[in-house]
Design a protein around this ligand. Sequence first.
Ligand SMILES: [Zn+2]
Length: 251
Amino acid sequence: MSPKQQIESAAIVIDCRDHGESDSIVTFFCENLGRLTGIAKGAKRSKKRFVNKLEIFSSLRIRHTLPENNRLAFIADAELLDGFLNLREKIPCYTTASVIRELTLQATKEVEGDEDLYPLLIWAFTSLNTGRTPDLALIFFLIRFFSIIGYGPQLSCCQGCGKEILPAENYSFLVASAGICCDKCCQGNPAEKIKLSQGTLRSLSRALIQPLEQLNRLQLSGNSRQEALNFLHAYGRRLFQREIVSWTFLQ
Ligand SMILES: [Zn+2]
């Protein structure tokens, strides 16, 4: 296919910034291509082609070229599929979607297709937009996200003794080694650890294998939510070796 040839992609806007007087540089996460950054010429003037469409979090169908030689793709036009308006209007939804956006930008490279991340993003934004508890959407997104990008934490057996999870045992997540450890093996280990109860571990494991369309059926108690969020936050910071800026704005 010639680089100038235009193709269509389903895409979510994950970043948008002004470029000169009238253009915008937009980063999408596309269904088949993964992350794609392109220039939308005249985006700030063209009422018909782009108005109200290039908003962050919007789901679109775009017509575009493929980027060549590290240059930007050319975005010809866009059709709005879902504006996910609640993500912009409700603060808890916005802050949660912002964490998801920040980590997606952080963890992906241009045009490295990934068939699992696009449906997960659509699931997360749809869940938030339709009133799903933001905490739960974030927890289930993140546990699958880490696995999709190839850095799923080890939650099925103790890193010390190698035993699978035992009903009578307590576990903590060791942040530095990205896995769980039973109380016996943890004793005296000064490394940063976060308690993960059996219920939390079971729910997180289930969230990894549940079909996406059934993920909203999973529930977590308030205590488990807090444990899971603490663990996912610490793990994300450790993985990317930096603070997750938008996490600061979560409750
Ligand atoms: Zn152990």
